[in-house]
Design a protein around this ligand. Structure first.
Ligand code: NAD
Length: 291
């Protein structure tokens, strides 16, 4: 099946990046969010990010104009009705995602494939609540979407082969590389990455190191391009906590218990870069550690 039009639900950091790559690769995009403010910020961000690609000579000015013209925005989920593929990229909370799919179902066509960009929630469970678990999959992009090469493809128990093959083709058309993961909590990348971040927060919580020494240690000692606390701020501390909770609940192993300090930062609303404060304070010229 050929995918021509793509609906995206959620215009945050991920939804805007996903709209960017689909529009640039020739798909018509309908980007939706319940917040019109999020939609205008997303379009401005996509515009700036494609400009950077133009400045580097990776995208022509004509291709940029064509991509921007392919993106429509809406606050109404019913406007996603005519699309061939829907990518849900709203907040990492199962009740939010389940309600979105429920609201979408009366409007979409029989052939429409439903996907979620969830970092950790069961694809089988989300799909089972829809009228088409065989056409439901995890399509997990990495942040920042225009830069990162990998897309994880997660089949639920009921996902059929035709849907999987169609999404393999979609990932190829985006110029990205697919990795297939089984539907277990947090799949492959976050199963490994987020417990490492949580351990870095424990290292901070127990006073083994400061924000600066922990990040420098992993950058210079393990050749990581970003320190784990810097990376946590980049992902969003609410998303990191949600993923730890899914691992803890789904695998029932205490090794996945979220660090109380991570919980505290989220309770404070210090969610990382997106709120200007997390393990670093981003309100000044340079990021300053908050501990
Ligand atoms: P975000 O907080 O930046 O954006 C979420 C957006 O969803 C917001 O704009 C919000 O207004 C919107 N939203 C919430 N409820 C909605 C509803 N009912 N209808 C429409 N829009 C709604 O979050 P994000 O970082 O973009 O994460 C989105 C999803 O992508 C999550 O499932 C997350 O786990 C996943 N993800 C995140 C990362 C990352 O590094 N941040 C990486 C891969 C996957």
């Amino acid at each position: 099946m050929e995918i021509k039009t793509v609906g995206i639900v959620g215009a945050g950091q991920m939804g805007s990046g996903i709209a960017h790559v689909f529009a640039l690769s020739g798909h018509d995009v309908v980007l939706s969010d319940m917040s019109s403010d999020a939609l205008s910020k997303a379009v401005a961000l996509i515009d700036r990010n494609i400009d950077r690609q133009v400045a580097k000579g990776k995208v022509s000015a004509e291709d940029k104009a064509a991509a921007m013209a392919r993106i429509r925005t809406t606050t109404k989920l019913s406007d996603l009705g005519p699309t061939d593929l829907i990518v849900e990229a709203a907040t990492e909370r199962e009740s939010v995602k389940a309600a979105i799919f429920e609201d979408l179902l009366p409007h979409i066509q029989p052939h429409t494939i439903l996907t979620s960009n969830t970092s950790s929630i069961s694809i089988t469970r989300l799909g089972a609540r829809t009228d088409r678990p065989e056409k439901f999959m995890g399509l997990h992009f990495m942040n920042p979407v225009p830069v990162m090469q990998l897309v994880e493809l997660i089949r639920g128990i009921a996902t059929d082969e035709a849907t999987y093959k169609t999404l393999l083709g979609v990932v190829e058309k985006l110029g990205k590389t697919a990795a297939s993961a089984e539907d277990f909590p947090a799949f492959i990348v976050n199963r490994i990455l987020v417990p490492m971040i949580n351990e870095a927060v424990y290292t901070l919580y127990e006073g083994v190191g400061s924000v600066k020494s922990i990040d420098e240690s992993l950058k210079l000692g393990a050749n990581h391009p970003m320190g784990p606390l810097e990376l946590a701020d980049f992902i969003g501390l609410d998303t990191c906590l949600a993923i730890m909770n899914v691992l803890h609940d789904g695998l029932a192993d205490t090794k996945y218990r979220p660090c109380p300090l991570l919980v505290k930062y989220v309770e404070a609303g210090w969610l990382g870069r997106k709120t200007q404060r997390g393990f670093y304070d981003y309100r000044g010229e340079v990021p300053v550690p908050t501990r």
